[in-house]
Design a protein around this ligand. Structure first.
Ligand code: SAM
Length: 223
């Protein structure tokens, strides 16, 4: 159904109907954490996209955001977030800010978000969007996130939104030894398997989850 681009009452109404439907579809696909579903329900995904993509904002698909990058598919955002089992006030490092949509979902859960993006233009756009939506506590920088952010480590959780050839050693080091969790796609440059890595003291455990397709993690400990 076509959606008017103007943000007037009826267009916003159509979009929020589509958002509700997206949330129901995510629930049907196995996203069961009510906090994740309500974060997705509360965030206007169209605000993280160029206006030409407004009619497609609630499709469950990745969409272009410039610099050859994409906003992640809502299912992927929900899946990675749910996998981390976050608690309020935990410190979370996100690698690959992109549009800022995943960042907003994390912030809506009440965690302290640190996010890194290698494309300065994308980071600046994301910062503006997040500020305009009232997310003022997010700490962000431009740079190579494959090396993490040692100044703020350790992190209770790390969420990597780009596909890596292997788990970056720097990220493992910066994960909290008291039950830190990292969710990261590992594999080739186009297709990867999602892994959840947990750290307890010196012990590391990696669980293989499902197949995904991310853009590559470019950097010293990436591609
Ligand atoms: N969560 C984002 C969203 O919903 O918009 C996903 C963005 S996209 C799938 C992955 C992002 O990771 C891209 O913006 C890309 O530039 C970024 N990226 C790739 N390698 C990176 C690195 N080493 N450090 C920081 N960002 C990186």
């Amino acid at each position: 159904m076509p959606i008017a681009l103007t943000v007037n009452g009826s267009a916003a109404g159509l979009l929020s109907d589509e958002r509700r439907k997206l949330v129901e579809d995510l629930r049907a696909r196995g996203i069961h954490d009510p906090r994740v579903l309500s974060a997705i329900a509360s965030i206007p995904r169209e605000r993280f996209l160029d206006r030409t993509f407004t009619p497609r904002a609630y499709e469950d698909s990745a969409l272009p955001i410039g610099e050859g990058q994409t906003i992640s598919q809502p299912y992927t955002v929900a899946y990675q977030t749910q996998t981390l089992e976050l608690k309020p006030d935990e410190k979370v490092l996100e690698i690959g800010t992109g549009s800022g949509y995943q960042t907003a979902v994390l912030a809506a859960l009440g965690v302290r978000v640190f996010t890194i993006e290698r494309h300065v233009t994308l980071l600046e756009q994301a910062r503006k969007r997040l500020e305009s939506l009232g997310f003022h506590r997010i700490i962000s920088r431009a740079g190579d996130g494959s090396r993490g952010w040692p100044e703020y480590a350790p992190f209770d959780a790390i969420l990597v939104t780009a596909g890596a050839p292997d788990v970056p050693e720097s990220l493992v080091k910066q994960l909290s030894p008291g039950g830190g969790r990292m969710v990261i796609p590992i594999g080739g440059q186009r297709n990867q398997k999602m892994y959840c890595v947990t750290k307890n003291g010196e012990e590391l455990k990696a669980i293989e989850l499902a197949d995904f397709a991310f853009v590559p993690l470019i950097g010293k400990e990436g591609w």
